[in-house]
Write a new protein. Structure first.
Length: 288
C-alpha cells in the first residue's frame, strides 16, 4: 500500500510554463446532468475549471441547458437532444461523438440519470471515444449492466465509485483492498474508491491510500467535484493513476481547509471549490 502525501502530489503537479496558452492545458468534455440533476453537472464542470483545464465543455440535455448556461460562465455549455424525461437521448450520440474527437479527456455520468437510452449513450461513448474516459455515478450504473465493455474500451477506463456503486459493479457487498486491486487488474482499469480513506487501485497492481478529507465532505456535489478535478488532470497530460491520486489528495486538502473555515456541518462543495485555488497556489510559476 502506497500512502499519498504532499510530496507525491508535488512530484506530479508542476508549475506552468509561461510560454503556453489554453490549448496546452487540456480540452475537457463533460457529458453530465439531466433536468433533475443540474447541480451534479455544475460541480463536475467547475471542478475541471478550478483544477486548471484550458477549455471545459459541458454537454447537457437541452432541458437542463437553460439552468446550467446561466450558472456556468467559464465552461462552454452545449445543449443536447433529450427525451421528455429530461435525460440524454440516443439522438445526442452523433453530436457527442463529434465533441469527443476534439477532447483530450472525457467525463461521463455525473447526474445523467438512468434509462435505456442513457445506457446506450454511455456504452456507445465508452466503446468509441478515443480519449481517456472517467466514469462516475450513473455512468457506472450503466456500465454495471454491460460489464463486458470494460474489455472493449479504446483506453483503460478510470472509475470513481463509492461503496454502493462498486458493489453493484463487482457483485461484492464488502470489498477489501486486495479485492479492489484484483478487480482493477482483471478489468485493466483504474478505480478511485471513494470513502473515509479513499483507495486508488491501478491496473498494474499498485494500490494507493489517501488520508486527506473529513466528514464535512459527505454532501451531494463533493464527488462530482472530484470527478471534474480528476478528468482535468488527465486532460493536462497526467497518467491516469497519478491523476487519480493527486485529485484525491487535493480534493481532501481543499475540503480540510473548508472545514477549518466553515465547520464540517456548514461547509458545502461550493466552499470546497473556493478553497481549491489556495491548495494549488504552491504550484504557481513564480511569486506574484
Amino acid at each position: 500500500m502506497i500512502e499519498i502525501d504532499q510530496a507525491f502530489v508535488d512530484s506530479v503537479i508542476r508549475p506552468r510554463d509561461p510560454e503556453t496558452n489554453k490549448n496546452d492545458y487540456g480540452r475537457i468534455l463533460c457529458v453530465c446532468g439531466s433536468a433533475g440533476y443540474t447541480g451534479a453537472a455544475y460541480f463536475a464542470a467547475q471542478g475541471a475549471v478550478r483544477m486548471g483545464s484550458g477549455v471545459v465543455t459541458l454537454a447537457a440535455p437541452e432541458k437542463a441547458w437553460p439552468v446550467l448556461a446561466v450558472k456556468l460562465s467559464e465552461p462552454v455549455v452545449r445543449p443536447m437532444p433529450c427525451g421528455e424525461d429530461g435525460l440524454f437521448s440516443k439522438k445526442a450520440l452523433p453530436q457527442l461523438l463529434a465533441l469527443t474527437e476534439r477532447a483530450d479527456a472525457l467525463l461521463i455520468g455525473c447526474g445523467i440519470g438512468r434509462s435505456d437510452e442513457v445506457t446506450e449513450v454511455v456504452c456507445t461513448l465508452l466503446q468509441k471515444a478515443a480519449c481517456q474516459v472517467v466514469l462516475d455515478a450513473d455512468g457506472i450504473f450503466a456500465l454495471s449492466q454491460h460489464k463486458d465493455i470494460l474489455r472493449r474500451t479504446a483506453k483503460p477506463l478510470v472509475m470513481t465509485p463509492h461503496a454502493g456503486e462498486f458493489a453493484r459493479l463487482s457483485g461484492r457487498k464488502q470489498v477489501s483492498p486486495e479485492e479492489l486491486r484484483a478487480f482493477a487488474q482483471e478489468n485493466r482499469c483504474t478505480v478511485l474508491y471513494k470513502g473515509h480513506r479513499t483507495l486508488i487501485a491501478a491496473h498494474d497492481g499498485r494500490l494507493f491510500r489517501n488520508h486527506t478529507g473529513n466528514p464535512g465532505m459527505a454532501k451531494g456535489g463533493s464527488g462530482d467535484t472530484l470527478a471534474g478535478m480528476l478528468v482535468s488532470l488527465i486532460g493536462q497530460g497526467l497518467d491516469a493513476v497519478e491523476a487519480a491520486c493527486a485529485a484525491a489528495w487535493l480534493h481532501g486538502a481543499a475540503g480540510d481547509l473548508a472545514a477549518n473555515r466553515f465547520g464540517e456541518y456548514g461547509m458545502t462543495p461550493t466552499d470546497l471549490l473556493a478553497c481549491l485555488p489556495e491548495v494549488t497556489r504552491r504550484y504557481n510559476s513564480r511569486e506574484w
